[in-house]
Design a protein around this ligand. Structure first.
Ligand code: UDP
Length: 220
């Protein structure tokens, strides 16, 4: 059939949360529900919550005028790997946004994002590719967020914060606002533990936990 196909890549925990948002978004756009499916490299041939699961190879082989995929896998290096594979095959990065998300003024969001229910992105914000903002997270004014960044539920990202590529922010973490020209920076690949209260910049690759958040030394 010469019409576009849509898929949620990943049929596990997060994928099952993203699928209903994707279905609703397509319903609003008048796309037939059978044009939407899961792609998963493990659960192939089955159905999950009533939705077909295809292998990536089968998805690419299905007749379609275009293919759109949202990567619903929390692990960001896996997302990056799959994004490169999709791009090489002409599969487009698809953004899925829950119906009640609030996005204010002068916001740029890269392709392939997932904005879950109750997310708010306020004003003058730049966000890179394949961002995940899970339930009830917010991003406040003048933040700059890199590629493949992941927010677990309930992240409070206040104003003037820079979050570099592949950072992971755990459930309920609070990040203190920076100042204009003096942002608080969460470095590339850093992990902020659940419930952490981050009051100063976090080095690339570090894991911070607690209140106030401190770097967790790696076990030897
Ligand atoms: N997966 C995949 N291809 C990959 C890596 C992962 O299809 O290259 C699928 C994997 O089979 C699993 C899902 O993605 O079904 C990831 O699920 P997981 O529970 O690890 O993560 P979450 O859903 O919590 O992000």
């Amino acid at each position: 059939m010469n019409s576009p196909l849509f898929a949620v890549y990943g049929a596990s925990g997060y994928g099952r949360e993203v699928m209903p948002l994707a279905r609703e978004q397509l319903r609003r756009q008048g796309v037939a529900p059978e044009r939407l499916m899961f792609v998963d490299d493990a659960a192939v041939g089955s159905t999950v919550n009533g939705q077909r699961v295809l292998s990536y190879a089968d998805f690419v082989a299905e007749p379609a005028s275009a293919r759109h995929v949202v990567l619903a896998i929390a692990n960001s290096p896996v997302r990056e790997h799959l994004a490169a594979r999709c791009a090489a095959d002409g599969v487009r990065a698809w953004t899925v946004v829950a119906g009640n998300v609030v996005v204010m003024d002068a916001v740029e969001i890269g392709d392939g994002a997932v904005l879950s229910p109750f997310v708010t992105i306020t004003s003058n914000i730049r966000i890179g590719r394949h961002f995940h903002a899970n339930l009830y997270s917010y991003v406040a004014h003048d933040c700059v967020i890199g590629d493949f960044v992941t927010f677990a539920p309930g992240v409070k990202c206040n104003g003037n914060i820079i979050i570099e590529d592949h950072a992971y922010i755990g459930t309920g973490a609070v990040i203190k606002q920076g100042k204009p020209g003096q942002p608080l920076v969460i470095g590339r690949g850093a992990v902020v533990g659940m419930g952490a209260v981050v009051t100063k910049s976090v080095p690339a690759g570090a894991t911070v936990v607690g209140n106030p958040a401190r770097v967790m030394e790696k076990a030897v």
